[in-house]
Ligand binder design. Structure first.
Ligand SMILES: C[S@@+](CC[C@H](N)C(=O)[O-])C[C@H]1O[C@@H](n2cnc3c(N)ncnc32)[C@H](O)[C@@H]1O
Length: 346
């Protein structure tokens, strides 16, 4: 796809034959293209400021510029508004993403003066913005939910018990319900969890007519689960949640303990192409305190988002012997995919 003469990495990716035939279907050209353009858009945002490398945001933004300036050098003539227009042409629902990023940008003076991101981002007046972002209509986000749903469609059989971790406002569960075969759907029992009680209330409302039997439970994945009835599951899944676990390997181990033998833990996560490459979602999520507050280890050498190799290492260190990664490609060669699914089998 060429917009205003812009044709770059996404096009090269999609002219290569997919090593795994399903991945071009799930991770469409417009998705990769929009991620690429969002990366460029955030590059332009960071170029608006004189950055102080001694602050966490300044250090991150300088690293971001050092990583992406050379890649996007052929597009130095494109200004921010042109990039925005291209994004909205390639994938119109990117407006929900742009809305969030521009809100964070407007909040930068307050954020940089030390006011907490949690206070600014989660003010009651901002809830509708998050609703629009974590929404099945936001295609750039929805890919994450589709990746979990496709694993569920492949793996679930009628009558099984499944559990969602960090389910938020319910967009992954809603997608899964929409994709499952009606017979399987009617006989699947979901335990839907999150640590934030108001999210459970909202998810209950959002999932009321989806045809799933659902139990809602508050669960903090930094703690050993206290689930009863059932106390174990055939399938546990989480979308963009576990990267904020304080001790990731321990949390993964807790979840493994709650899987039945032969069961699967399916995680979809934003990933860095390489461990030290910043990615554009950090412009927003990097402001959260939990994002940086981590126990580090050789398997989890860095806070924030990981690359795919380290996710596999963490899952193996938590006791999973087999971990499948989707898409099964050398993600270094596809820097704008930035999302992957990990299926870890017990
Ligand atoms: C980025 S959101 C993703 C939400 C949802 N999975 C989705 O895709 O729409 C991360 C979710 O993880 C939850 N979360 C954060 N820390 C958690 C914890 N310690 N235990 C359980 N859930 C947590 C948040 O409340 C939030 O709902």
């Amino acid at each position: 796809m060429t917009v205003n003469g812009y044709s770059t990495i996404a096009d090269r990716v999609f002219h290569r034959p997919p090593p795994d035939p399903t991945w071009h279907q799930l991770l469409s050209r417009s998705f990769v293209h929009a991620n690429e353009l969002m990366t460029l858009y955030v590059l332009r945002m960071t170029q608006t400021y004189s950055l102080d490398g001694n602050t966490p945001f300044g250090a991150w933004a300088l690293k971001y510029q050092a990583t992406y300036d050379p890649i996007f050098a052929p597009f130095n003539h494109l200004d921010r508004d042109q990039i925005r227009d291209m994004l909205l042409t390639v994938l119109p629902s990117t407006r929900f993403v742009i809305e969030l990023f521009e809100f964070v940008e407007q909040s930068l003076p307050e954020l940089l003066s030390g006011r907490s991101a949690e206070d600014i981002f989660f003010a009651p007046s901002q809830i509708a913005m998050w609703d629009r972002y974590f929404n099945t209509q936001n295609e750039l986000y929805q890919v994450n939910n589709e990746m979990v749903a496709s694993a569920a469609v492949d793996q679930l059989k009628s009558g099984q018990f499944i559990c969602e971790i960090g389910g938020g406002l319910g967009s992954a569960a809603a997608t899964l319900a929409d994709r499952l075969d009606p017979e399987v759907l009617a006989n699947t029992h979901l335990t839907f969890t999150d640590v934030v009680p108001i999210f459970l209330t909202r998810a209950r409302r959002a999932l009321a007519n989806k045809g799933l039997s659902i139990k809602f439970e508050r669960y903090d994945f930094n703690q050993e689960p206290q689930f009863t009835d059932p106390d174990s599951f055939e399938f546990i899944y989480a979308v963009n949640a576990l990267h904020v676990a304080f001790d990731l390997e321990k949390s993964l181990g807790y979840l493994r303990n709650r899987l039945q033998s032969g069961g699967a833990l399916v995680l979809v996560e934003a990933i860095r192409p390489q461990l030290d490459w910043p990615i554009y979602p950090e412009f927003v999520f990097g402001f959260f305190r939990d994002f940086h507050h981590r126990k580090l280890s050789p398997q989890r050498p860095k806070a924030g988002f990981l690359d795919a190799n380290h996710w596999v290492k963490c899952l193996k260190s938590a006791g999973f012997s087999r971990v499948d990664v989707f898409p099964n490609i050398d993600l270094n060669a596809y820097p704008f995919v930035i999302t992957a699914r990990f299926t870890a089998w017990k």
